[in-house]
Design a protein around this ligand. Structure first.
Ligand code: NDP
Ligand code: 8X3
Length: 250
């Protein structure tokens, strides 16, 4: 039977690349994001490959999240795969000068937003005793780097939530995974540095991971047989050894 996947943050980067790869493999898609025009364009491009439904919401708004997921048409209601991908870093500042607005954004989107979406989707997986949840964490969820403070905290939280989900959902046959990338060349740094030129240098001098690399790992994870769950994956570009060690040739 055709599976249905809900992807948050499908308008850009990892989420968008995942949408294209899953569509090529015939998986029905619910694509979410705030930028409605982008969602519509992606839907138009993928509609000859699979059925696509778009949901336009900010993951910070718990009422809208709940309403959007409740509003799904009958043929999209059973979500087999939830990919909690929406998120970003906002700012890169020492803890003594960081901005409260940036901290709110990272905790509200990366942590609470992931919880709101999960809360809206998990009960139907529990009722069917079937499902798979993939949370996009980060290498920043495994180690803290200078000025990473709150972003790293948000991704450490994603990892803890993933582990908690895997334990609590274990009786219901639900697979839960964390996929934790290092540096991936997406719009991530444009968001982190708020369009500043600094963003253009982050991926210079080495070959960063591409969004498609992570999409392939997500697809591999969801295409394992029923008895196999890839619980926790850490992936770096070859040029990166950890958060602060990157071999650059400039
Ligand atoms: P992008 O900036 O390219 O994509 C981020 C996506 O998240 C967009 O589709 C955006 O959609 C969505 N999003 C952001 N804020 C909200 C919000 N408030 N409500 C709903 N959707 C939101 O970055 P990436 O693809 O790189 O990031 C995807 C995930 O991967 C994030 O969780 C990030 O932390 C993680 N990650 C990224 C790495 C990297 O180096 N790039 C490395 C490790 C992890 P829209 O703006 O339309 O709402
Ligand atoms: C994104 C990777 O190193 O910029 O999660 O924090 S990093």
């Amino acid at each position: 039977m055709t599976k249905t996947a809900l992807i948050t943050g499908a308008t850009s980067g990892i989420g968008k690349a995942t949408a294209y790869l899953l569509a090529s493999n015939g998986i029905k898609l619910i694509l979410c994001g705030r930028r409605q025009e982008r969602l519509q364009t992606i839907k138009n491009e993928l509609s000859n490959k699979t059925q696509v439904h778009t949901l336009h919401f900010d993951v910070r708004d718990k009422n809208t999240v709940e309403h959007a997921i409740k509003s799904l048409p009958e043929n999209f209601k059973n979500i087999d795969i939830l990919i909690n991908n929406a998120g970003n870093a906002h700012g890169l500042d020492p803890i003594n000068t960081g901005s409260l607005d940036d901290w709110d954004a990272m905790m509200d989107i990366n942590v609470k937003g992931l919880l709101y979406v999960s809360k809206a989707v998990i009960p139907q997986m529990v009722a069917r005793a079937s499902g798979q949840i993939i949370n996009i964490g980060s290498s920043a969820g495994k180690e803290v780097y200078p000025k990473g403070n709150v972003y790293c905290a948000s991704k450490h939280a994603v990892l803890a939530i993933t582990e908690g989900m895997r334990i609590d959902l274990n009786p219901y046959n639900i697979k839960v995974s964390a996929i934790n990338p290092g540096l991936v060349e997406t719009e991530f740094s444009q968001v982190r540095f708020k369009g500043d030129d600094l963003a253009n240098n982050v991926y210079k001098g080495f070959k960063a991971l591409q969004a498609e690399d992570i999409a392939e790992i997500i697809f591999f994870t969801i295409s394992r047989p029923p008895h196999v769950n890839l619980a926790d994956i850490l992936v770096f570009p070859t040029a990166q050894a950890n958060s602060t060690t990157v071999m650059k040739k400039l």
